[in-house]
Design a protein around this ligand. Sequence first.
Ligand SMILES: [Zn+2]
Length: 501
Amino acid sequence: MNNDNKQIFLFVVFAAVVIGIAVTLVLGKNKDVETFHETSPKTAETAAKPEEASPDEHRKAAVMMENEETAGDAIPESTPAEPQKEGDDIESAEINGGVDVEVVKDKDSVADSEGFFHGKILPEKGIEEALLKVPGLQIKHAMEISNAIRYDVDLTKIKAGEDFKVKFDKDGNVEEFLYYPDIVTLHILKRDPVEKKLKYTAKTLPTERRFRIIEGKIDSTLNESLVKRDDVTRNIRAVTVGILECIVSFSTDARKGDEYRILVEDRYYKGEMVPGSKVLYASYRGKQAGFSEAFRYEDEDPKSAFNAHYTDKGKALVPNAMRLPLDTIRITSPFGMRRHPITGKMTKHHGIDYGAPVGTPVYAVAAGTVREVKETQLGGKQVTIRHADNTETYYLHLSAFSVRPGTAVSARQRIASVGNTGRSTGPHLHLGIKDPKGNWLNPQKVKMIATPQLDSKRMPRFKKQMDEILKLLDNTAQYQEWMRKYNEGPQPGDFYQQYKE
Ligand SMILES: [Zn+2]
């Protein structure tokens, strides 16, 4: 660094510190600002010890957390509503509630030999906050990255401890961003030299699928029996109990000695389990309850709303009464505090944004009556439906309406088409849910269901998958029984013959 540059650099640092202090004094009571001021010291700390723990240890920790919390399709917990004052415009708080703060950075932090700065996803924070911990990374960089990746990566599923790294070019722009949530998945953003935009690609390593059967008898409840087992993660338990609850009246029919059986698909890479274990099958047999079973269905599209559990007749088993508003679910912005995609300011988002092309059918998430069909500056073309319990659902940024005020709609009835009207960065549906007191609820926490019944178009595919599952159950059960006898008994040859038959 020559003298001129040094002076400019010192001046910039000085100015930034002065602005930082001024902002603290003016907005010291604001929670968002306090969050930001934790930034500098922690950045210095992490940067000073880049090799504190081996990457392997980090990965293992991340994998364990993943397996515990998110493998497969977790059932969302219900939580109380977050209070919110009623306003005329749903998205207005996104614009007025924010605070603009520049973050002061430690310029001496270390990049790796390839020029990447490393970071980790933070607990209960968006990807932008984690990015802002990276030395030299500004809000505009964070917004560029999150806007470039949100259509391909479900940002509501990011988990604390997951790794990413960023590299800048000589002009100070983001050149490359790598996000690796587990040992087999790599999300890549790279600046296109012609278009100058960040382009998304992904790499996944091939994994080996393994199947296992979990079975046993219950003492008190199915949930308590599963809690006691080491081989049942929280997610497997939640999914199993959730789907069986739809077909078994546990409160009246469960008896001691009733039996359960679960088929789980795990994924392995080089002998290590990776996230994404799935419950393919669950059954329950009881004196009073009789026999019930559930099968997993996988559509061609991994993001299809039809990916769920069903009875052998194709009836959906999802423990709630809410449907999804679109056929394909791609969350581009979750509920709650976030950085506004246009302003980059911290604001509260009162709904969920689902990315979808203009014209995609929008469905009512539950039966109700259309209360309002109108166009506003922020929400664009919008529909409001009032439901039997007086909650209301709001559908914003539409391109066309299929209903009028007063129309009675059923769940999953088409009400409109996705659009890009009002204040919007691209075609998407904003879904908001308001309780009778006027509080906005998190639609993801209001339990949702994919679809009530598989249609005739999907039934053949489902039947095929059911057959595969039943075959697997048979093979796996046979193998496990054989292993048990093999380990106990003295005649391996005989048992092998038995297994083969
Ligand atoms: Zn929105």
